[in-house]
Design a protein around this ligand. Structure first.
Ligand code: 13P
Ligand code: SF4
Length: 339
């Protein structure tokens, strides 16, 4: 159990930053509550193969909270939200980094570690938010709202970040908005995150109307039913619609949700975010009852242990960014990390 906890609280392991293979028994013990035995048995040879490949390639695996427990507990050296992943990358020593997450996350790692080999096990792992905005949209917003600072959510391609003043994640969006000392801001692309920041700060926020196809499916009526009829504590991601956020007990990034559950340990919880988040918390806290519904992100689920083994074997699916573009896109991320 201690080994898994280490992965989830996002502390890199020394000896490079690699977390040792938890061992067959360790894996069965920790995953018993959330993964069927047959599935663990089936995955074990691949998990062992990835451990060998990580050692021979001097590689680390960084995973988002939406990856399945076989990845977060079985092969990841670091697990966290988008902000924690970027912070990990900014101080990572390993020459090869495999990102178990979506394309924009791998791009952020490459921007922060330009000299390292950054691998994404499936290059088709995109994001509906990232696809909702293009660089020319930012330029048009700047023309319509001159002298208004632009905050770009990290869920965007590098070319969009390059047009921005500063980046944010769902964990620090309010702090980033306040740091700019402006009355009016442009925050793209997610409308629900932007409106959450506007409500939290009282600032005027212009957004581009994007939505996450996973979180936009939740509705406020679901929250009321689960909260009142089942006595569940409701935690919602800020990408959820406004009526969901207003009825929830807590709104925060996946990292903030994790911290809330770690410290408060509610008995029964409705977690309005991607399904694997609850499974990952269950690994450490089988005593917390997670109610359904939850929604799956098909992009996150495009990452598999087999894919990780393949990219480590062939050092393929490398993330490459034009150096001139990278220099422009790196600035807003570094500005965010400096806050
Ligand atoms: P976090 O910022 O909480 O990691 O979430 C990223 C994401 O993709 C949410 O859908
Ligand atoms: Fe993108 Fe939504 Fe999937 Fe997060 S959950 S990666 S925002 S599509």
């Amino acid at each position: 159990m201690a080994t898994i906890r280490q992965a989830m609280v996002a502390t890199p392991v020394l000896e490079g930053e690699r977390r040792p293979f938890p061992g067959r028994e360790g894996l069965f013990n920790s995953l018993a509550a959330v993964v069927p035995e047959a599935e663990i048995e089936l995955a074990l040879p691949l998990i062992e193969r990835v451990a060998e490949l990580k050692a021979s390639r001097d590689a680390v695996v960084v995973a988002h909270n939406y990856q399945v427990p076989l990845i977060t507990a079985g092969i990841a050296d670091f697990v966290g939200d988008s902000l924690a992943m970027a912070r990990f990358a900014s101080r990572c020593q390993a020459p090869v980094i495999v990102v178990c997450g979506v394309h924009f996350m791998a791009e952020s790692v490459k921007l922060l570690c330009p000299s390292k080999t950054v691998l994404l096990p499936n290059l088709a792992a995109g994001c509906s938010l990232a696809e909702s905005i293009a660089p020319q949209d930012i330029r048009a917003l700047r023309r319509s709202h001159p002298d208004t600072p632009v905050i770009t959510y990290v869920n965007t391609p590098a070319a969009v970040k390059a047009e921005s003043d500063i980046c944010c994640t769902s964990a620090n969006a309010v702090a980033v908005a306040r740091s700019l000392n402006a009355r009016r801001l442009i925050m793209v692309p997610d409308r629900h995150l932007a409106e959450h920041v506007a409500r939290s700060t009282g600032l005027e926020i212009i957004h581009s109307g994007g939505q996450c196809e996973v979180h936009a499916k939740y509705a406020g009526t679901d929250v009321a039913a689960y909260r009142e009829a089942m006595g569940a504590v409701v935690l919602a991601h800020p990408e959820c619609p406004r009526d969901v956020q207003e009825r929830a007990d807590f709104v925060g990034s996946t990292g903030a949700m994790d911290e809330y559950l770690e410290t408060r340990r509610p008995r029964r919880v409705l977690l309005l975010t991607e399904c694997s988040m609850a499974d990952n918390v269950s690994v450490r806290h089988p005593e917390i009852e997670f109610l359904k519904p939850c929604n799956l992100c098909g992009f996150m689920k495009a990452i598999t242990i087999e894919g990780v083994a393949q990219v480590l074997e062939g050092l393929c699916n490398r993330i490459e960014i034009d150096p001139l573009l990278a220099a422009r896109a790196r600035r807003p991320i570094e500005r965010m990390l400096a806050l």
